[in-house]
Unconditional design. Structure first.
Length: 216
């Protein structure tokens, strides 16, 4: 992101979760390539506590537990703004170790990431919660440098064309849809959080851009 912002490297485009700071630094293409799934969070938990989140029905109940996050992730700002308790780490792998050691209670991950991360840490005593999904409005965008508006426009035109001809929906279903279905989101309790770090320009009113499970 720094290379793109300063035009000092060989990187022209990056996809990442949006935030106020990132939209100040870079130029976003405001079409969520994940249809907002980055804001649908399921929890990795310790394998010996499969019922940890079964009865959580409020932010206050969840706030009694400790969540793990990286210090510089936008999600840390969101969770703290909603009054949740966080233990942060400077290393990604350290969070899995903290969870396995019982130093944190749960590690919220997007539905895009959770299953593959659990599989890649199979030696650790971790499990995927089956009761709760945490949801806040968030998006993965393509970002380019502010000095490249023509590149942003080309990407936007391409994505709008894909939305219109149905190929965007096909790609989403192929790469993300099965993950969401496998986690049975429509059968989980949905705990809604606010996202004060979401820029006002986010196209939340374009319903076709955003994922919704059945019965939601």
């Amino acid at each position: 992101m720094q290379e793109i912002a300063t035009a000092s490297g060989s990187v022209d485009v990056v996809w990442t979760m949006t935030s106020r700071a990132r939209e100040t630094q870079l130029l976003p293409v405001r079409i969520p390539i994940d249809r907002g799934l980055i804001g649908w969070r399921v929890a990795l938990i310790h394998a010996r506590q499969p019922q940890l989140l079964r009865d959580v029905r409020s932010i206050a109940a969840l706030a009694r537990l400790s969540a793990g996050q990286m210090r510089d992730w936008p999600d840390s700002v969101i969770l703290q703004a909603n009054g949740l308790r966080l233990d942060t780490s400077s290393t990604y792998e350290g969070l899995f170790q903290q969870l396995a050691a019982g130093r944190i209670d749960y590690f919220p991950r997007s539905v895009i990431e959770a299953q593959s991360e659990l599989a890649s840490h199979a030696p650790l005593p971790l499990a995927l919660d089956t009761h709760l999904v945490i949801r806040y409005p968030a998006a993965l965008y393509f970002f380019v440098g502010k000095h490249r508006p023509e590149l942003a426009r080309h990407i936007e035109i391409g994505l709008e064309t894909m939305l219109a001809d149905g190929s965007f929906a096909q790609l989403f279903q192929r790469h993300f849809g099965r993950l969401a279905q496998g986690l049975k989101l429509s059968h989980r309790y949905v705990l809604e959080l606010a996202n004060p770090d979401l820029p006002e320009e986010t196209p939340l009113l374009r319903k076709a851009l955003w994922y919704r499970p059945k019965h939601y």
